[in-house]
Ligand binder design. Structure first.
Ligand code: ADP
Length: 593
């Protein structure tokens, strides 16, 4: 059913109901007013007739009384009945002779009983005598032969009058109804047309047509709705344009990126993948919508994505791809959550060229260091021989300088070679159960002479549960020795250098602390870089090579551990090595470090 028909039917039903109710109320009001008037007139006539009769107070016979009733009945518009005290009808304007005598006793008629009790009575009821509804009015009379005068008016006349009025009212209402229906039809047609126009506009917008100004300029709700629709369509269009601009820009950025970017949703389906990632991982065909496990053939990358999908923010990891030629990628995956979705974004950096260059550098350093060793040994040997034979002080002084510097150079070359071997993975771990007290004891024994030169003490403490560790004893020894040597060099005389071990949630922590100058906060993380020195003027010369802490970092890293530097609150530095303790249960150390 169209809106227009529905609106029209609703208005028509309302019009019919309201006009019908008005007609019923009008005819009911009219009838009751008419009856009230007729009742008042009949009561008045009854009293007039009663008054007229009481003028002649002489006792009359039935015949005379009936004639008087007939005469009065002709003068008034109603039937006149005269009733004596016993209720016997003694005169009637309608019945005469035998019929009058045969009339029932009227003493128990309701109007007569009312008149007997209160002087007057008015009742509307059906008359058995004349067989039609009548309005009866009775009054009591003080007359020797008559006790009550009753006037009866047939209500057919009232009904006829009412019918006429009702007919006129109904005709009027029908005309009003017809008018109302025409107005309702025209009104609903106009509203229907405007709603249809708005619906058609909405359909056009839904089909993607450009918004245009609505022709409906009226200020009512429909006009406001039509204009709001145009405005909404314009606003939506603007936002869609903005979004598509943003999307184009994002696509261009992703396409221009050297890094590979892959976005998956929480079900593991690819949402975005730029050209670089497809090239790096060798993905064929459009990746969007496919599951990453079916798409990516490299288990290392799958592992990184899987752990990020489980919500772990894993650090960047270098993965070696078994491709031809092999590639090295730095993979970082981070989980993300927006208002509507969750997923993971994976970023891949291709570090193959960087690794290749680093390898060339490492090889170069290793080769140069190796090549320098032989001439250095020759120089050292030569100088030592010359020193043995030198007699004058001047020559000895110069030969001493050469000997010191060639020894330093030898240390440098040896550190460089060690670092190169560690970086190249040529110095593998030989893990075994090591005793921490033995390690500390051996180190004290080796370094006590060095410490004594500066009247320093080396104090070692082994914490509870921190006396055994699974590690390469030589490498752990070298790492801790390097830290103690540094402390001895940088801390002032007559101070204590503390070496302590401690168990920290499955890790063994070895700390070396001193009362030296400490390290500026900005340099704390950089001291482990090759040749990094906090303050070149302060650094001892010619002892240090600037490679000690870099070697420590590598040695500890091989164990899967970390080394860090910090400053002590009261001054001095503290270096901490943390390595996993490994499976050390029940086993006693059998090798001394
Ligand atoms: P070096 O051979 O110069 O000691 P390292 O790699 O061992 O080289 O140390 C790097 C730098 O860190 C040092 O030059 C020094 O400035 C600083 N450093 C190392 N240990 C200490 C320490 N215990 N106290 C203060 N500074 C230190």
């Amino acid at each position: 059913m169209t809106l227009r028909t529905r609106l029209f039917l609703t208005s028509a039903v309302i019009a019919v109901i309201s006009l019908g109710v008005s007609a019923v109320v009008a005819s009911w009001t009219l009838r009751s007013q008419l009856l009230d008037r007729i009742e008042a007139e009949l009561a008045l006539e009854t009293r007039l007739v009663a008054e007229f009769l009481t003028r002649d107070r002489s006792s009359l016979g039935t015949l005379a009384l009936d004639r008087a009733a007939d005469a009065l009945g002709e003068r008034v518009s109603a039937r006149v009945t005269l009733i004596d005290r016993d209720g016997v009808v003694v005169g009637d304007s309608v019945e005469d002779g035998q019929a009058l005598v045969a009339m029932e006793n009227h003493g128990a008629r309701p109007e007569v009983e009312q008149a007997r009790e209160s002087g007057s009575g008015m009742v509307m009821r059906y008359s058995t005598t004349v067989d039609e509804p009548l309005l009866y009015s009775a009054v009591s009379v003080s007359h020797p032969s008559i006790a009550f005068v009753r006037l009866a008016l047939p209500l057919t006349a009232v009904d006829e009058q009412l019918d006429v009025v009702t007919q006129a009212t109904v005709l009027g209402l029908l005309a009003a109804l017809a008018g109302a229906l025409i107005v309702a039809w025209m009104g609903s047609a106009s509203i229907g047309r405007r709603v249809q126009a708005i619906a058609a506009t909405a359909h056009r917008y839904a089909a993607g047509e450009a918004p245009m100004a609505s022709p409906d300029r009226s200020s009512d709700e429909l006009g406001v709705l039509a204009r709001a629709l145009d405005q909404t369509a314009r606003e939506l269009g603007r936002r869609v344009d903005e979004l598509s601009d943003q999307q184009t820009r994002t696509r261009a950025i992703l396409r221009g990126m050297v890094e590979g970017v892959l976005v998956i949703d929480e079900t593991g389906r690819v949402q975005t993948a730029n050209e670089s990632v497809q090239h790096m991982l060798g993905i064929d065909g459009p990746p969007v919508g496919r599951r990453y496990v079916e798409l990516i053939r490299h288990p290392e990358v799958i592992k990184v994505l899987a752990s990020a999908l489980e919500g772990e923010a894993t650090p960047q990891e270098e993965v070696a791809l078994n491709t031809d030629p092999p590639r090295a990628l730095l993979a970082g995956a981070r989980p993300f959550t927006t208002d509507t979705e969750r997923g993971v974004v994976l970023v891949l950096h291709d570090v193959t060229d960087f690794r290749r260059a680093d390898k060339v550098r490492q090889d170069f350093v290793a080769n140069v260091s190796h090549e320098l060793r032989t001439p250095l040994t020759a120089i050292k040997g030569g100088v030592e021989a010359l020193l043995d034979e030198a007699t004058d002080d001047e020559s000895r002084r110069f030969l001493d300088i050469i000997a010191r510097n060639s020894a330093r150079m030898e240390r440098l070359v040896s550190d460089l070679l060690r670092l190169a071997r560690l970086e190249a993975g040529q110095d593998p771990l030989n893990v075994e159960s090591c005793s921490v007290p033995s390690l500390f004891g051996a180190l004290r024994g080796e370094l006590v002479a060095l410490a004594d030169q500066k009247t320093q003490r080396i104090e070692a403490t082994v914490g509870e549960g921190a006396d055994v560790v699974h590690a390469d004893p030589v490498k752990l020894h070298d790492a801790v020795r390097n830290l103690i040597e540094n402390s001895v060099h940088y801390a002032p005389e007559e101070t204590a250098i503390r070496v302590a071990s401690e168990e920290r949630e499955g890790l063994l922590a070895i700390t070396v602390s001193d009362r030296g100058p400490g390290i500026p906060d900005a340099d704390l993380s950089r001291v482990f870089e090759r040749f990094y020195r906090v303050d070149r003027a302060r650094t001892r010369d010619p002892g240090g090579t600037g490679l000690g802490l870099a070697i420590v970092k590598h040695l500890v890293g091989l164990h899967g551990g970390t080394v860090s530097a910090a400053n002590r609150p009261g001054g001095g530095s503290v270096f901490t090595i943390e390595i996993p303790r490994g499976d050390v249960d029940g086993e006693l150390p059998h090798r001394e470090a």
